[in-house]
Design a protein around this ligand. Structure first.
Ligand code: SF4
Ligand code: SF4
Length: 367
């Protein structure tokens, strides 16, 4: 189903049902693990923070050059997160054992929360191990951003009508096409801090390293069980919390936790009525909706969900302290302005249509 069809279905349905229930019903709720699937083992005791992995990712994906060149290691002084033009970043952490570096990217969860939250199934766990993303079906609701426990997906704001979520794809397209045999980041690492292979084998490698050098490693493979397991696995010489990694995630998979996570985060649900208002306005302008019943149903759904969203949005804005929340706030305002503009245009177009019809009738009467 492509985006156009999805939006068409939304219109055909009259958008009369509550969106929360639709989202829940259409979301993927459980994933089977894939035997033989691939992953990457990152060993923080080997990483020197050279950012070559960032270079590899940038090159293979044809991303624009960063603001500061890759050999400028002063960027490590500021904690960064992945973004539209950087699917992976390396950060430096001051720990009990001195400076330690950690690479950040999509963890390619075995049971991805992003996939379970996405009610158009734009995300899929592939047999290869990668969690893929299909922008052609994405409607830009950003449920995935809220659901991801690792705060990975980012959102391209370039075009509100063709939304695009950005994240690492484990180089699956490049490996499948034969362009490379291992992900771009792995191929560039000069210290073998990154190993690509079957996840089960990576776990064996990690265990052997811990057993061989218990003085070097924390006795834990991060990602083996966190969030039901991830395809990226981490070894470290210091507690993972010192590397900014969440140690409170538990072993439950994302889909088990997604509905709860979404219920306490109101920003994204708040976007829906605004998006729908925009869709409604566009549809009205283009087709001058003839079906009054459908228009009434849409207006009623918008009014109901808008009222709920406004209440939730106020609460959300009070808690908007992080960058992520501030970004969503900006987008909410942008979407609101867009929706208002669309509605005004639609109203103007409708009024002009009525005037033309009246004038036509008068001319006919005059004749
Ligand atoms: S890390 Fe986040 S974006 Fe990546 S697969 Fe897991 S839930 Fe999805
Ligand atoms: S290329 Fe390897 S050593 Fe360099 S920053 Fe990336 S993971 Fe660390």
């Amino acid at each position: 189903m492509n985006r156009r069809k999805f939006l068409g279905l939304m219109g055909a349905a009259g958008v009369s049902a509550t969106l929360g229930k639709k989202a829940e019903a259409a979301g993927n709720v459980s994933f089977d693990g894939y035997p033989g699937s691939k992953g990457v083992l990152f060993d923080a005791t080997r990483c020197i923070g050279c950012r070559k992995c960032e270079v590899g990712c940038n090159e293979i994906n044809g991303l624009p050059a960063p603001e500061k060149p890759f050999d400028d290691l002063t960027v490590l002084d500021t904690e960064r997160r992945t973004e539209n033009e950087a699917y992976t970043v390396v950060n430096k952490y001051e720990t009990g054992k001195g400076s330690v570096f950690r690479k950040i990217q999509c963890m390619h969860c075995l049971e991805p929360a992003c996939a379970s939250a996405c009610f158009v199934s734009a995300f899929r766990k592939q047999p290869s191990g990668a969690v893929s993303y299909d922008e052609s079906v994405c409607v830009g609701c950003r449920y995935c951003m809220v659901a991801c426990p690792f705060e990975v997906p980012t959102y391209s704001y370039n075009d509100p009508i063709t939304p695009k979520v950005i994240k690492c794809h484990l180089c699956e397209p490049h490996i499948q096409s034969g362009k490379v045999e291992v992900p771009g980041c792995v191929g560039k690492c000069p210290k073998e801090a990154l190993v690509y292979g079957e996840r089960s084998e990576l776990i064996r490698i990690a265990r052997r390293r811990i057993e061989a050098h218990p003085e070097r490693y924390v006795d834990h493979i991060y990602g083996e069980r966190e969030m039901g397991g991830t395809s990226w696995l981490y070894l470290s010489g210091v507690p993972f919390g010192e590397l900014g990694m969440r140690e409170d995630l538990g072993t439950h998979s994302g889909p088990e936790l997604t509905s709860g996570a979404l219920s306490v985060v109101p920003m994204v649900p708040a976007l829906w009525p605004l998006l729908l208002a925009g869709v409604y306005g566009m549809t009205k302008r283009q087709h001058k909706i003839a079906d009054n019943e459908k228009a009434d149903a849409v207006a009623e759904a918008i009014a109901t969900t808008q009222a709920e969203a406004d209440t939730k949005l106020k609460a959300a804005m009070q808690r908007a302290q992080s960058d992520k929340e501030a970004t969503v706030k900006r987008e909410v305002e942008k979407a609101r302005q867009e929706a208002i503009r669309e509605a005004e245009e639609a109203a103007r177009a409708a009024a002009e249509g009525d005037d033309n019809a009246d004038n036509g009738e008068k001319e006919e009467e005059g004749a």
